[in-house]
Ligand binder design. Structure first.
Ligand code: FES
Length: 193
């Protein structure tokens, strides 16, 4: 039969082990949340860039606070991009503004035109009735012909004209609404190819 002393002894041993185990603990501790630390460490290894990062390189792009920061940065970048877009042949720094002599044969006058104004604007400033429609280089209403010899773009810089091909430019045709002078020349206004 079962010896009650042995049972008591066994139970006592079990209790001692349990007590010792509880006192020592398991040695296991909950892992500290190191995700922020890891993100910061990674972020410090990525160089600051002047241009928008692809989404895959954005650090912590998925979380709300990081997203909020990214939105602010994007705002600045958009402004920068807009500033770049607006630059054209008419955006001449003040200390680089030059004037060229432009003879308008039909109007019978020679005027000084600055390199930051269009031939059309210069003519209008004189009070002449200059032809135009879109003022964006997308029709030929404002066309004129530079008769000084050679390609029109030897004398003017077009701001994104879309209508004249190389042969027409070679014949001296220009779109006065987007033409900024780069040399002296003679022009017949109201002449389209
Ligand atoms: S007005 Fe349309 S191209 Fe100049």
């Amino acid at each position: 039969m079962v010896d009650p002393v042995a049972i008591g002894f066994g139970a006592g041993l079990v209790l001692v082990f349990v007590a010792l185990h509880a006192a020592r603990g398991t040695g296991w501790e909950a892992t500290a949340d190191i995700s922020e630390e890891v993100i910061e460490r990674r972020a410090s290894t990525v160089e600051e860039t002047e241009f928008p990062e692809p989404g895959s390189r954005a650090i912590g792009g998925g979380s709300a606070p990081a997203g909020a920061v990214a939105a602010g940065e994007e705002g600045e970048l958009e402004e920068g991009a807009a500033a770049e877009e607006s630059s054209g042949p008419g955006d001449v720094p003040e200390d680089e503004i030059e004037h060229f002599e432009v003879e308008f044969t039909k109007e019978g006058d020679t005027i000084e035109v600055a390199n930051n104004e269009t031939v059309l604007e210069a003519g209008e400033d004189e009070g002449w009735d200059m032809p135009y429609a879109c003022r964006q280089g997308q029709c030929v209403s404002c066309a004129g012909q530079i008769t000084s010899g050679g390609n029109a773009e030897d004398y003017v810089e077009h701001d994104n004209q879309q209508m004249l091909d190389d042969a027409e430019l070679d014949e001296g045709y220009t779109l006065t609404c987007v033409a900024y002078p780069r040399d002296d020349f003679t022009i017949e206004t109201g002449e389209a190819p």
